[in-house]
Design a protein around this ligand. Structure first.
Ligand SMILES: [Ca+2]
Ligand SMILES: [Ca+2]
Ligand SMILES: [Ca+2]
Ligand SMILES: [Ca+2]
Length: 242
């Protein structure tokens, strides 16, 4: 790929030759024609966003020996690498795991970080982050550019974090790029719940009416009163009733 041809700028070189003073890993220059070409693919995010190419014109005698000084001059050429949208906004891990109390940890940030990145420029590196349970988990920020660390919060107004319904919740997180919505990536968040005491014991009946004959014997059973507690763990449920 032809980048620039220096003889277009410098005029015809009679006995001169052009050399690159740097960046030979990526570029080559034809000493006669001054044509600069790319010899190795440049990744703007991996390698560099610009080059300052130093190009030297050296004067020679016809027999090929270098002419006596002063016989060379140099010029600097700025070369900016334009962005190509070659990155998808990505999570640092494919799966994140966390433990939380089903009630006590509502409405406070989960104590871990989720890192997302897309190093492209402008809209090429701008993306949204969503989950499949938007009413249950708040994600901050919901839109980002470049690198971002997400904060997740389980909401008390939601319904999925209920130990009595399930002890493990799987959430899918999705990033979608603004410039090209086909640039999508996902990660899985596995939340293991701990039981909280969010159910109070309930009597089977609100009122018990018992008629007792006079003169009943000591030890005679009158009525069987029972209560239940919907919490599942022994600490907070039926097993904790006395
Ligand atoms: Ca890029
Ligand atoms: Ca991108
Ligand atoms: Ca509970
Ligand atoms: Ca309870």
């Amino acid at each position: 790929m032809k980048l620039l041809q220096l003889t277009d700028v410098l005029g015809r070189l009679d006995n001169g030759r052009l050399h690159l003073g740097n960046a030979e890993l990526f570029f080559d220059i034809d000493p006669e024609t001054g044509m600069v070409t790319i010899v190795r693919e440049i990744d703007r995010e991996r390698d560099t966003t610009f080059f300052i190419l130093e190009i030297t014109a050296q004067e020679y005698f016809e027999n090929g020996t270098i002419a006596p000084s002063p016989s060379n001059s140099s010029t600097l050429t700025n070369l900016n690498i334009a962005d190509d949208n070659d990155n998808t906004p990505s999570f640092s891990k494919s799966t994140y795991e966390i433990e939380m109390n089903e009630v006590a940890d509502f409405d406070v940030s989960m104590p871990f970080d989720i890192f997302v990145f897309d190093m492209d420029l402008g809209d090429n590196g701008t993306y949204t982050i969503e989950s499949d349970y938007p009413d249950d988990i708040r994600i901050v920020p919901a839109e980002a550019f470049g690198n971002v660390t997400l904060q997740l919060t389980a909401l008390s107004s939601g319904t999925i974090f209920d130990y009595e319904a399930t002890q493990e919740v799987t959430v899918t997180l999705t990033t979608t790029e603004k410039a090209d919505p086909s640039h999508i990536s996902t990660a899985t968040l596995i939340v293991t719940l701990n039981d909280d005491n969010d159910h109070v014991p309930q009597f089977q009946q609100s009122v018990y009416t018992v008629q007792v004959e006079e003169n009943v014997q000591k030890g005679h059973s009158l009525v069987n009163i029972s209560a239940t507690d919907d919490d599942l763990s022994d600490n907070f449920g039926n097993a904790s009733l006395r």
